[in-house]
Design a protein around this ligand. Structure first.
Ligand code: GLN
Length: 542
């Protein structure tokens, strides 16, 4: 086994306080100190992956290069660490049990009674060791989803306890907690955190570090109190007040000596961190004044009075990366496609935008509104970027309004339509008929070749690309000739020419639809070329 160090990140008090951003920042800081870092995510639910969950339930489904459908935090880890993460780095209760049960069925336990403890935590540890082996990382950071004290994650905490027992010198744990300020008291309270740490103690874990999230700065008396009651050295209590941009967190951790304290706790000498490029970006973000206004048209984000932009987290991040690279402050409007169906006069509001983006989607709700918005963008020369469903809808719009196929559609929306411009991919009808939905979409990274002298090839400046996919339907090649003759340009296709991957139109500032999800490959310091070209066009039209 390599000399890997393991850092577990667990949650206390409540979820949603930024455990992912904290772990990502910790990883970035260790990377900036010259170490090789990788990240894992454990989700305690029984689903085998995140692919079958409604986005409103779960947020974005992030797709890895090898086609795993994971939690959105894997995306945060890829972006912060600037690495590609694969399926080995993601596990759920469902996935762990599946392996244990399969092994039992294959007599892998030699006829023994398979007890939940230690067999289930052992499988968790096997998976973590495998990642250490594969990645040869100096540090493997492991986020355990949820908060301590939930039944769901007890077996994962047990894995942490067992790993520590195996080799105490190579395992540390960090609890990310929250310090509320109840308005009626007006004082920052540490008690919920004390309880959370005690809850971790009950599971046999004494956290080595505490990241205290709060709205405002934590003061010294609070820090001392936490150190005393949680039995954590005071220099291991790290304050994490709200910051204007998450990109500021690594430097704030470094300012509190967090990185070197971590190293020291493993017996490693301190090292300076080079966060120059990262800090340059976060400083720049704060200074940008000129705006670029992008409308994202979808359907998943209106939930009661709340806007769930998490569903399109990577799209949002990719827009930001490209906007900053173009010296623009991104202003994003979340628009519900059903609004255009109910009141077509609302389409006029799109004139106020510099660009329109339609991201991926599933099912029939809201699709007509999307097609209406695409027609408006095409005719009024508003830069348009269609991703996955947004590309399929652009093809349908072209078929309906340029070729005059009134009933042009996708098989997903209306299998009876005469002109199915988008139809099931090979083998997918069978999957759908047999209700085989889990992990059966076309997933992961696939190559494509680009057509020279197109908006797309100019943006990428290469002949071939690799992009991540997640879809069940595709462009129907029966219509390819007719659509091309009518002016739709196929600017990217699979190497064998069988699958249309990118369409665009000329005589428009920017009108590109891609069958894949470019947003998953955009990174803060290296924005995606197509997002870059889209924002460039939007900036010119502003
Ligand atoms: N629903 C479409 C399909 O399955 C598009 C998928 C997506 O946008 N991710 O092909």
């Amino acid at each position: 086994m390599p000399n890997t160090k393991f850092i577990f990140v667990i949650g206390g008090v409540m979820s949603g306080v930024g455990k992912g951003a904290s772990m990502a920042s910790m990883g970035r800081l260790l990377k900036a100190k010259g170490f090789k870092v990788t990240a894992m995510k454990i989700d305690p639910y029984v689903n085998v992956d995140a692919g079958t969950m409604n986005p409103i339930e779960h947020g974005e489904v992030f797709v890895t290069i090898d086609g795993d459908e994971t939690d959105q935090n894997i995306g945060n880890y890829e972006r912060f660490l600037d690495i590609d993460i694969t399926r080995d780095n993601y596990m759920t209760t469902g996935r762990v049990y599946q392996t244990v049960i399969e092994r039992e069925r294959n007599l892998g336990y030699n006829g023994k009674c398979v007890e939940v403890v230690p067999r289930v935590p052992e499988e968790v540890i096997r998976r973590i060791d495998h990642v250490a082996e594969q990645s040869q990382a100096d540090f493997v950071l492991i986020e355990i989803g949820g908060t301590v004290g939930e039944y769901e994650n007890i077996l994962f905490l047990e894995a942490l306890r067992m790993m520590r027992q195996r080799d105490a010198d190579s395992v540390r744990s960090v609890i990310v907690s929250y310090l509320p300020v109840p308005p009626s008291i007006g004082e920052m309270k540490t008690k919920p955190t004390q309880h959370a740490v005690r809850e971790a103690n009950r599971a046999g874990i004494s956290p080595d570090f505490l990241i205290a999230r709060s709205e405002d700065e934590m003061d010294e008396p609070r820090r001392e109190k936490l150190a005393r009651f949680c039995a954590i050295p005071i220099k291991h209590i790290i304050g994490a007040p709200n910051v204007e941009s998450i990109y500021k967190i690594p430097q704030s951790f470094e300012d509190q000596n967090f990185g070197d304290s971590l190293l020291e706790s493993f017996g490693i000498d301190p090292k300076p961190a080079n966060l120059d490029d990262w800090n340059e970006l976060s400083d720049k973000i704060g200074t940008l004044k000129d705006e670029v206004k992008i409308g994202v048209i979808g359907k998943y984000f209106s939930s009661g009075a709340f806007v769930l932009s998490d569903v399109y987290l990577s799209v949002l991040e990719a827009i930001k990366h490209a906007s900053w690279a173009n010296d623009r402050k991104p202003v994003i409007e979340w628009l519900n496609s059903e609004d255009y169906e109910n009141d077509p006069s609302k389409l006029k509001d799109l004139d106020n935008l510099d660009g329109i983006l339609i991201p991926g989607g599933f099912g029939t709700r809201g699709i007509e509104g999307k097609i209406m918005a695409i027609k408006y963008a095409r005719e009024n020369k508003i830069p348009y970027f269609g991703i996955c469903y947004g590309m399929q809808c652009a093809v349908i719009e072209y078929g309906r309004n340029i070729l005059g196929f009134d009933d042009a559609n996708t098989e997903e929306m209306n299998p009876e339509a005469h002109h199915l411009l988008i139809h099931f991919m090979k083998g997918q009808r069978e999957n759908a008929n047999m209700a085989k939905f889990g992990g059966t979409l076309r997933l992961g990274s696939w190559p494509a070749k680009l057509k020279a002298d197109t908006t797309t090839s100019r943006a990428y400046d290469t002949k071939t690309i690799d992009e991540r996919h997640r879809h069940r339907y595709e462009f129907n090649n029966e219509y390819r000739d007719q659509l091309e003759r009518a002016g739709l340009v196929v600017s990217g296709e699979s190497p064998d020419g069988e699958l249309v991957e990118i369409v665009e139109i000329s005589d428009h500032p920017f009108f590109v639809g891609v069958q894949f999800h470019p947003e998953f490959q955009s990174r803060p310091l290296s924005p995606h070329p197509l997002f870059n070209a889209f924002i460039k066009a939007a900036k010119q039209s502003s």
